[in-house]
Design a protein around this ligand. Structure first.
Ligand code: FES
Length: 351
């Protein structure tokens, strides 16, 4: 596959005086990893890997990376994995919010600095998806979001439990003297029953649903739990689609339009999502020069039904939302209220 000068490995050459020599050097170095000229002539798909031992919400990232690579190669591209900062809510002092913008800068600059025709953003924990969307929006390359997916629920004495609505509930019972130290220790083993993001409609699940509503994931990308075959399949589809995005040069600004943000706000209201979603949407929109109209959000709130009954405000968990059809079911119900002409990373409209 022949490339124009500004694509594939030829993109953004480090300056060593003359262009041909700069490319010659770049290829010499990457060939140290055993690549052939054929591989290096393919569309390059960057894979932003946020795996970290400090981030169990991203504990399935190695399997996701493998599946994304499979998808990229099945579609004829060259996958190139690279690391960025990873943020977990319980492992970021003084607070993860303090580091969200640093992660967005890291993401933006590494997308810009390294040659890639499109990028797969693997995020999940609260601040990571907004940081990646902010960074990709500023870099304005073709980009697609892949979330790690929610954790499974655990069980304590016949009751389902999951982080982190139930964390506070059981801790309050312990502090109130209702349950003993031994029992609260047993609950501690059950609250996070697998890798993946919090199992309630907290910020991570909210941002996953918002990413799909914005058109930044493959259809059905928001809800599969982290450890399911559905999640791995979404990863393979994401990799394959990233090659299409590269070939079509479908940049982020064509997806993240005012209509896309309006759809995201509708979904935020319909899922009873985290209020942090508004803060993050404002930051993502700001990268593209758009404002989030809070008056309009207030109006929309009066006409948008709450369709999802998940903790912390309701009764159920993300895996139940997935089994009930996930975002496809939700978007179908919301159809009269959505901007159906908004373009998605599929290359087709949300409608
Ligand atoms: Fe990562 Fe809740 S701590 S999603």
């Amino acid at each position: 596959m022949a490339h124009p000068d500004d694509q594939g490995l030829r993109k953004g050459l480090t300056s060593y005086g003359d262009t041909a020599f700069s490319l010659f050097l770049r290829k010499a170095f990457i060939k140290g990893a055993g690549y052939t000229d054929d591989a290096l002539d393919r569309p390059v798909v960057g894979i932003c890997n946020t795996a970290s031992s400090y981030n169990p919400c991203h504990g399935n990232a190695p399997q996701l990376v493998e599946a994304v690579k499979r998808g990229v190669m099945l579609a004829g591209g060259l996958p190139m994995e690279f690391p960025t900062i990873s943020l977990h809510e319980s492992f970021a002092r003084p607070t993860s919010m303090y580091l969200r913008n640093l992660m967005s800068i890291d993401t933006e600059e590494m997308i810009r600095a390294q040659p890639m025709d499109s990028v797969v953003l693997i995020g999940g924990c609260d601040k990571t998806v907004p940081a990646q969307l902010m960074g990709a929006a500023s870099a304005n390359v073709p980009a697609i979001q892949l979330v790690t997916g929610s954790m499974l629920t655990g069980a304590h004495r016949g009751e389902r439990v999951g982080a982190c609505t139930d964390c506070r509930r059981y801790w309050a019972r312990f502090r109130g003297g209702e349950i003993a130290e031994e029992e609260v220790g047993a609950v501690n083993n059950q609250l996070v029953a697998s890798v993946g993001t919090c199992s309630v409609m907290g910020t991570a699940s909210t941002m996953a649903c918002i990413a799909e509503a914005l058109g930044m994931t493959v259809a059905g990308g928001a809800s599969p739990p982290a450890v399911t075959a559905d999640r791995i399949r979404v990863a393979e589809q994401t990799g394959a689609r990233a090659v299409g995005l590269a070939q079509e040069q479908l940049t982020v600004d064509k997806i993240l339009t005012p209509d896309a943000f309006e759809n995201a706000l509708r979904v935020l209201l319909a899922i009873g999502g985290s209020t942090n979603g508004i803060v993050h949407l404002a930051a993502i929109a700001g990268r593209l020069g758009w404002d989030i109209d809070l008056e309009a959000l207030d109006r929309m709130g009066r006409e948008t039904p709450v369709l999802v009954d998940l903790k912390p405000s309701g009764a159920h968990y993300m895996e139940d939302f997935h089994k009930a059809g996930g975002m496809a079911t939700l978007l179908r119900e919301l159809k009269p209220l959505l901007k159906l002409d908004a373009l998605t990373v599929s290359g087709r409209t949300l409608g």
